[in-house]
Design a protein. Sequence first.
Length: 505
Amino acid sequence: MADTLREIERKYEAGPHAGGATLPDLSRVAGVAAVTDEVTHKLDAVYYDTPDRRLAAAGITLRRRTGGEDEGWHLKLPVAPGVRDEIRAPLSPDVPRALAALVRARVRRAPLVPLVRIRSRRTVSRLFDARGTLLAEASADRVRADRLGDGGRSARWTEFEVELASGTDPAFLDAVEKRLRKEGLRPSNAPSKLARALQETGEEQQKKPTRKPATAGDHVLAYIRQQTDALLAYDTAVRRDAEDSVHQMRVATRRLRSAFRTYGDVLDRKVTDPLGAELKRLAEELGADRDREVIAARLKESLAGLPGTLVLGPVRARLRIYGAGRARGTRKRVLALLDGERYLALLDALDALLADPPLRRAAARPAPEVLAGAVLHDYERLAGRVEKALGTGPGPERDTALHEARKAAKRARYAAEAAMPALGKPAKRFTSRMKDVQTLLGDHQDSVMTRTALRALAVRAHAAGESTFTLGLLYGREEQRAARDERELPQVWRKASRKRYRADL
């Protein structure tokens, strides 16, 4: 089983006035009471990637390292600038299956091969506070990097690193940096040793020069790329079983599908519709147990608000059984989905679309006029559905109409989100108003689903000879909650549909 460590660090290199290749004296850094004697380690790491360096392009490193206190396999995933999650596995001849699985969406069918060998002579000091608590580790690394294959080019350099200890305030790094700068060090331009090794040994993949999005096509493709990147990032999070990751991955698929439908004048729907169908299938598969989770959490919260005298029978046990319903096999099913050829083919198709986008004539036009028109088109669609829902009498038909309005509100919101870089604050305000409508209608739909679940639970409880009083009480509360949402909708919609929100677009 792989271990995970959150790594918060900063890297430095010697400036023109630095004192040399040794660590500066850090004993005078604010908060530091003691610095241990320096310890030297010899580290030998081989970095793996696909031949076209897909991991490096995503800021991910995978290495097999010997020497030091943490030898083994290390997979480093970017979290934020200077922050990475390091996932470790024991030494083995080949890439551990657990680590390879975490990057499968990036690697797909390509092999992971040795790319660079980096050997370091590392001198480490530890910084402690007055209570003897470890604050950080500071190190100076004399590095030699050798490209494996590709002509065997080599490079040498010295770099300095400060890694925060667990539990230390990240602001401590600012105090250390202040001291390091006084000693002539400067922040490194390379985010990792591998990145610098690829630069220093030459022939690194040249990034295409980026230009500010101008046309409608530029903006739509930038949004598609952003959501595709999110899909890949959440793929790894799902495989790690991170909280809410399945839901967020599902949201990324919905945003992509929504963009394909909304911006059909920019991207040819003959190409994007099949992708949209695959994205819909993926979202449905990922969300197979999502409704059950939402309902279980809603009922648990509602039950907690009842006085104990109104909780009759084994209601809590019933709800626990319901919440666990299909959860046992969920993770295995989701992982099988993500390892399947159909999903990998979808990722390939998204890459192909971005590499050779099926642009239509409107893609070359200025972004504001095209994107604003698409957003307003989705708004009109929403307005028609809200009007229909408000004109429908209470009952199942209204519930269905409100659900359709909710889906339209979500699409209008996503359309405006995609247009924000081009339309600015007006699109941001419009997005906020659409989110208000979506949230209210979402709560109503959750109430509809919860009442359906409560009725099924009551039928089972009755058949088992249990009291259904509490379940009926919860059902009544859900009816009241839905009725409240329906009463609030006209007011929320009046605010969201104000002409100025559309006129500013």
